[in-house]
Design a protein around this ligand. Sequence first.
Ligand code: HEC
Length: 399
Amino acid sequence: MEAHLYEWGNLLLRWLHVIAGVAWIGASFYFNWLENNLEREGDKPRGVGGTLWAIHGGGFYYLQKYQVAPERLPERLHWFKWEAYYTWITGFLLLVVVYYLNASTTLIDPSVAPLSPLQASLIGIGVLIASWFVYDGLCRSPLAQRPALLAAVGFGLLVLLAFGLTHVFSGRGAYIHVGAAIGTIMAANVFRVIIPSQRALVRALEAGEAPDPQQGKNGFQRSRHNNYLTLPVLFIMISNHFPGTFGSHWNWAILAMLMAIGMLVRHYFNVRHLPGPNGWMLPTAGLATLVLIILTAPSTVYQRHQGDTRLAPVDFPEIRQIVENRCMACHAAEPTFAGFSNAPQGIRLDDDEAIRRYRAQIVRTAADTRSMPPGNLTDMTDAERLLLRQWLRAGTTDE
Ligand code: HEC
């Protein structure tokens, strides 16, 4: 029953999280796009810095952006903040349901660090809080005068965080905490800086005073950072489907590369309309992706760990025995492992035909990446993992 409720909690929170996240990032992409496409030349009403025509959903839209602010505040002014807050709230609750209440299957890997669920959860929450204070401190330091250097330092710290966390949590748990730390920074940027600086702007207008340009600058800096963080954070949120990334020995470096690629792609879309040599960015991102695909190919992993390519076929009953002992407690029609009400991801390994059919996935998760069994809860041995690999490469004696 409890497992059933977790499952539904996970489903509903995840659904809401995606909906709120789409609204937040969608609005952020839209306003960035507007900013990059405003017509700044030609006749415009007083105080207007740019205008733009668009057609969408069967209607024409005409927008104008003020250089600083209109002379009088409109009666209805729309703010964009709840998308960010709801994304963070649902994301945090999801983190609690999936990672903190089920820490031993998702967050902890005893071969990395033998933490208790409480210790692991407290470290996780501590990381989120600390990340914000470190980041916010950097943005308020003299480093803020040098945006490119600030970005480089920030990126270095993110990689350091990824490296550190992969030495504390399971690969999957480490990845999600890097993502949650970025998400926390982004939502806190909205809550602590962007919205307050907009409030100050509005207050100044209402009082008939000149708005303080520094407020606008602070909001702009944080908004820009959020913009660059969107693509990395989106990858991390889907990363748990890709054990080849978080399950790898080099998981932190793979994450660093994917984050850098995401930021570069985002940068291209931010500057492509500006003069200057921008054409190299997308090809470089593509090339870096290609290098990553080649570096992570399992065949190179095999060759490194296992020089001999002439392997003998294995006896299928041996494979069945391994799956029965190490996987079937969860991956069965009616799992016996506490906390599971259904076979995870619908993957049932409870008959011979299924075991053969899932061969590639079994070897990928249990031998290449070791993301299964989670946290090695069922004590799978290295010899068993090697045998699975041999099965993939040489087949079985009865085939
Ligand atoms: C303690 C329970 C448990 C055990 C034992 C377990 N798994 Fe899993 N498995 C899971 C969960 C939970 C997921 C879903 C992970 C997710 O949602 O990202 C999963 C997902 C999978 C997937 C699909 C995910 C993917 O990335 O392709 C495969 C394949 C898999 N397991 C194989 C195995 C194999 C092989 C074994 C035995 C060596 C095993 N599992 C043992 C809990 C378990």
